[in-house]
Design a protein around this ligand. Structure first.
Ligand code: FAD
Length: 405
C-alpha cells in the first residue's frame, strides 16, 4: 500500500480518495487541490447555485471539511508543477516535493478562452469554477442584457437562469442547432422552441467577431453576419481544453487528452489518468473517448480505486448525463453518436418524450426529456447489453420494464 497521490480534487480526484478508503485502502492518500475552496461539485454552478442567493458554497462540498481528517486523506492546497517519473516524485508550486507509489492525474479541463478584441474585459465571463459562478450571480441583478456565446449545455443552463431573473438574453451559436455535438436534432429542436418561448433569442450559424466596449465596459457583441447585439454582460461557453500539459511535460503520451488504456493506466504503470482529462481506450465503443460528465469522473474514480486495492478490471461503464434547462430535464443514457435511426416515444408537444437512437438496429442511446423512468430504464437496459426493437420503443402501450425481465 504505497502512497497514492491524486492531482486535482474535482469530481474525479475527490472520489478516488473516497473510494480508496471505502474499499479499505490502508496506505497514505494525498489529494492535491489546485483550487482555493475545499473540493466541490460543479453541476450546480450553472443551475441551483447561480440561481441562488439562498444557496451557500457549503452546499457544493462533496463532504464536510472534517471528512479529510476522519478518513486520513491528506488535502494539500497547492499546484503540481512537475512529475519526476524516474524517482516517483511530484514537485509542488510551494517548492515541496512528495513521493508517490501510484499517481492519479485528475487534472480535469479549463475553459476554452475567446480570442477576440476586448475578450479580456471584466464583464466577459466564464462558468467553470465556484468563484466564477459566485461573481456572476452577484452581478446579474445589476445587468440588463446578456449575450451568451455558445449554445452548449452550460451556455443554455445559464441563459435560462438569466432569463428567469429578468435579463434580456441572446444566445449565439456557430452550429445550425443548439447542443449539436451532443444531442439529436429532435432534442435540439425541442429546447430551441422552449427557450424561444421563454423569450431567449437564439441566433444559429453565426459567431462573434468582436466584443464592443466603451471605457472598459462591455456594450455589445458584433456577429459574423454583420449584426450587432447590445449587451452589458457576455458569458462565454465555448467548450473546454483538457489539462494535459503536466502529463505531456513528464513525457507521457497525450492527444486530445492524457492517453490511457482500458484500465485507465498511462504508458507508465505507476500513473493513471481519469475524468475530463483522460482519453481512454474503450472496446465497448471501439476506439478512444474523452467524456466530460459526472458519471465518467465517478466511474473512472471507482475503477482506479478498485484496481489499487487489487480488483483489476477494464473500465466498461455505460455513460449517462443530465442537464436542467428551465422546466425541462434532459437525461441521456449511452452515447448519442453514430446512430442511423431515431424513434420517438411520447410527445414533445406534451413536453415529455424520449428519443431512442439506433445503429444497425441496435440501441445505442436514449435521450429523455422529463421522462425519468425512461432514462432509468435506458441505463439498466444498456448496462445489461440488451436491446429493444424500435417498434416496441415507439409503442407507448409496451411496458418497458418487461424488456428487462
Ligand atoms: P475538474 O472538475 O475539472 O477538476 C479538476 C481539478 O484539477 C480542478 O480543480 C483543477 O484546478 C485541478 N488541477 C488541474 N491541474 C492541477 C495541478 N497541476 N495541480 C493541482 N490541481 C490541478 N456534468 C454532468 O454530468 N451533468 C451536469 O449537469 C454538469 N453540469 C456542469 C456544469 C458546469 C458549470 C460545469 C463546469 C461542468 C458540468 N458538468 C456536468 C461536467 C462535470 O462537472 C465534469 O465532467 C467534472 O467536474 C469532471 O471532473 P474532473 O475531476 O475530471 O475535472
Amino acid at each position: 500500500d504505497g502512497p497514492v497521490i491524486i492531482v486535482g480534487a474535482g469530481h474525479a480526484g475527490f472520489h478516488v480518495a473516497a473510494y480508496l478508503r471505502q474499499f479499505g485502502f490502508k496506505g497514505r492518500v494525498s489529494l492535491i487541490n489546485g483550487e482555493t475552496h475545499p473540493p466541490y461539485q460543479r453541476p450546480p454552478l450553472s443551475k441551483a447555485y447561480i440561481n441562488g442567493p439562498s444557496v451557500g458554497p457549503d452546499s457544493l462540498l462533496f463532504r464536510p471539511e472534517n471528512f479529510y481528517d476522519e478518513q486520513s486523506v491528506e488535502l494539500v492546497q497547492s499546484h503540481v508543477v512537475a512529475i519526476d517519473r524516474q524517482h516517483l516524485k511530484l514537485l509542488l508550486a510551494s517548492g515541496a516535493s512528495l513521493d508517490y507509489g501510484h499517481l492519479v492525474l485528475a487534472t480535469g479541463a479549463r475553459n476554452r478562452l475567446l480570442d477576440l478584441p476586448n475578450a479580456n474585459l471584466p464583464d466577459v465571463r466564464y462558468l467553470r469554477i465556484l468563484d466564477e459562478s459566485e461573481s456572476l450571480r452577484s452581478v446579474l441583478p445589476s445587468r440588463k442584457r446578456v449575450v451568451v456565446i455558445g449554445a452548449g449545455f452550460i451556455g443554455l443552463e445559464f441563459a435560462t437562469v438569466a432569463r428567469v431573473k429578468g435579463l434580456e438574453v441572446d444566445v449565439i451559436e456557430l452550429a445550425p442547432r443548439v447542443m449539436a455535438r451532443a444531442v439529436t436534432a429532435e432534442v435540439s429542436n425541442y429546447f430551441q422552441a422552449r427557450h424561444r418561448e421563454a423569450g431567449i433569442r437564439i441566433h444559429l450559424g453565426v459567431h462573434a467577431t468582436s466584443i464592443e466596449a466603451d471605457g472598459g465596459k462591455v456594450t455589445g457583441v458584433s456577429l459574423s453576419d454583420g449584426r450587432h447585439l447590445v449587451a452589458d454582460l457576455v458569458v462565454v461557453g465555448v467548450g473546454v481544453l483538457p489539462n494535459i500539459e503536466l502529463a505531456a511535460e513528464a513525457g507521457l503520451p497525450v492527444a486530445s487528452g492524457v492517453v490511457v488504456d482500458e484500465y485507465l493506466l498511462t504508458a507508465d504503470p505507476n500513473v493513471s489518468a481519469i475524468g475530463d482529462c483522460a482519453l481512454f481506450a474503450s472496446s465497448r465503443f471501439g476506439g478512444s473517448l474523452r467524456l466530460e460528465s459526472v458519471q465518467n469522473a465517478m466511474d473512472h474514480a471507482r475503477c482506479v480505486a478498485a484496481r489499487l486495492v487489487g480488483d483489476r478490471k477494464p473500465y466498461d461503464a455505460q455513460p449517462w448525463f443530465w442537464s436542467d434547462q428551465g422546466n425541462s430535464k434532459l437525461q441521456i443514457a449511452g452515447l448519442i453518436t453514430g446512430y442511423d435511426q431515431v424513434v420517438l416515444r411520447g410527445d414533445p408537444a406534451r413536453r415529455a418524450f424520449s428519443v431512442f437512437c439506433y445503429r444497425d438496429g441496435k440501441l445505442v442511446g436514449i435521450e429523455s426529456v422529463n421522462r425519468v423512468a425512461d432514462h432509468m430504464f435506458g441505463r439498466r437496459l444498456l448496462g445489461s447489453d440488451r436491446s429493444l426493437a424500435p417498434e416496441r420503443a415507439a409503442d407507448e402501450s409496451f411496458d418497458l420494464k418487461s424488456a428487462l425481465a
